[in-house]
Design a protein around this ligand. Sequence first.
Ligand code: ME8
Length: 519
Amino acid sequence: MADASSFYITTPIFYVNDVPHIGHAYTEVATDVLARWNRQAGRDTWMLTGTDEHGQKILRTATANGVSPKEWADKLVAEAWKPLLDTIDVANDDFIRTTDERHEANVQKFLQKLHDDGHIYTGEYEGYYCVGCEEYKQPSELVDGTGEYEGQLVCAIHSKPVELLHEKNYFFRMSAFQDKLLELYESRPDFVQPESARNEVVSFVRRGLEDLSISRSTFDWGVKVPWDETHVVYVWFDALLNYVTATGYGQDEAEFARRWPAQHIVGKDILRFHAVIWPAMLMAAGLDVPRGVFGHGWLLVGGEKMSKSKLTGIAPEQITDTFGSDAFRYYFLSAIHFGQDGSFSWEDLAARYQAELANGFGNLASRVIAMIGRYCDGEVPTGGEQSAADLEIVSIEREATDAAWAAIERLQIHDAIASVWTLVDALNGYLTAEEPWALAKDPHQRERLETVLATAYHGLGTLAVLLSPVLPKATAKLWSALGADGAVDAQRIDRAHEWGIGSRVSALEPLFPRVEVAE
Ligand code: ME8
């Protein structure tokens, strides 16, 4: 098991049936911010993301497009899923595809072990299958279709008809793990977060666990079951294993021991797979369960979960082309309480961009640097005796650093940003109260002017360090304008207020320029 200085964090691996929308990008940026923060706190951090490429959903899409599923997946990964990471500035350490050899071979090893140890048997199942979810559904999860699906049962999530399937499959004895899972949720209350997600998972497991069908035999796009090549592994059983195959399970035990277990960040739609099925699979194989599972909320459009299948998907570039990747990251992570649903609107995005990023933070940075340029010839002043107001800024720097770090440890990203913003607001208030532009007009106030600018300068450096996981591009520019050494993301974030001072500032272009928003 990895030691306390190790931090392994994952996103779900996304289906390649379609291109990404801002819901997928939201999970990516949240995970990336947590990874960057931990990396900057000196932890041995690893962020994994990737794509889920097997199963009927991908097979059908590829067939409808007249290509093989592998060709389809290659195209989508190269043209859409990998470019997404650049669009939103994600610094992942690895990208796994379920068609990678390192994955497929070790899925077979895992399955063979479960088979050898008696966790798998042959059985029959009849039930309603949703290809959108790639899951058998309980009758309570279905609703009556309307419009073109009138008279049919549809999946409540996808609003598409389910299919009645009857198959002879291999089954995983998941029911045997019911008590162990309940003990896990009891002994580690933070295992499933947030609280609402935990409650849902606990009551689901208390109602009784069924065994799980883990193979399919009516199509062959998947990993072959090692002892019976007429079956492929159920796509979810295959996909969940990415988290261990990507970090050496079955082939590099040292790497695996260094990384595992992971903190999983997922949308609440796939909570049960991660918080019930996945830990049961790991328990059966004698491996450690994950460090935790965080189920975040949905981005809603018109009050419904935004999705491509319902044609409400918004492409991330629609936002980043106008506002930039930093604003994308900041907006979704500060405006939505991490763990709850949030409605996206262009008006809200534009308003927060202007008020918080352009006027609140960007303008503060430009003003302080311009004043040091104008009044001190670009030399960073050392300042004289500190007043109560100066000392108050120093203590807010320390408090914001501690509070942000504590919030990140609880995965409360919006709280962390709010804590950092107390320093943005305090510095803006400080400048308004101290009026350095007025002090500059009075030669007797020279020392006071320098002290105020030195204090504001130090506050900006602290902000650059604290905000670098969320705003990597803007803070790198600010850091260089502050004349500070090294790279901003190499500064210890848990001690952001102790950053080393530079000696000369240089001109800073507006960090968040005015944008013209089309109607
Ligand atoms: O479920 N709001 O992949 P998927 C917020 N391959 N997040 C959203 C969202 C929305 N409206 N829509 C999608 C799968 N997401 C499986 C996962 S993991 C072993 C296998 C995000 O392509 C959110 O993270 O359907 C959700 O859980 C995920 O995309 C589903 O992606």
